[in-house]
Ligand binder design. Sequence first.
Ligand code: 6PG
Length: 223
Amino acid sequence: MPSDLEIVVAERPADDVAERLAAAARTGGHIVLTGGSTPRSAYELAAGLETDWSAVELWWGDERCVPAGDERSNYGMAKEALIDRVSVGAVHRMPGELGRDAGAELYERELGALERFDLVLLGMGRDGHIASLYPDEGTLDETERRVIGAEARLEPFVDRITLTLPMLRRANQVLFLITGADKADAVRRAFADEPSRSTPASLVRAAGGRTMAVLDAAAAALL
Ligand code: 6PG
């Protein structure tokens, strides 16, 4: 196992990540949230553990190009599960409704002078994608921009706005939350094999920081 990575196989991964999110909230700083279905319970539990997120600025790793109130919105999920239950210092939503390119441009401006995150939370698809960076796509080659648009590639089949690899790596901590047997093969490729464009999760490690993957036993089965 690469030395720059800690693997935690937890009985209850959502509880484990909720503790880490609550601790990060107490410390304060710039926290990047992920979308998808896996993190929802971790967000709910974290809100139960800590309601004072006033020292936190929330960002997103990616967003679907839908309005904030759409059920497919990553912001919408986090709002229900976390933001509406705590007091947050600042919320930097990705403007999905503007479309992938205009939305990415605006979020690039929203980032302003910010060059490093305190914590980046990531889920992973069973194909090994993270945020909206899909296997073997040109989006993986972006080195200048911090945010880009991405074409629809999987359900929900809408375009996306996503942080780029260089920006996801600029973190004091990168934290993966991945569960389920259907992801075990991608987990092996992401955390035990050589880094590869066919498994974008294998390309994200915290530059000068700590990288941890919190898994359940099913997701870790092939490690
Ligand atoms: C998104 C996510 C995406 C997600 C994976 C895993 O917008 O969908 O940011 O990268 O983390 O697709 O999704 P699940 O947790 O639903 O399996």
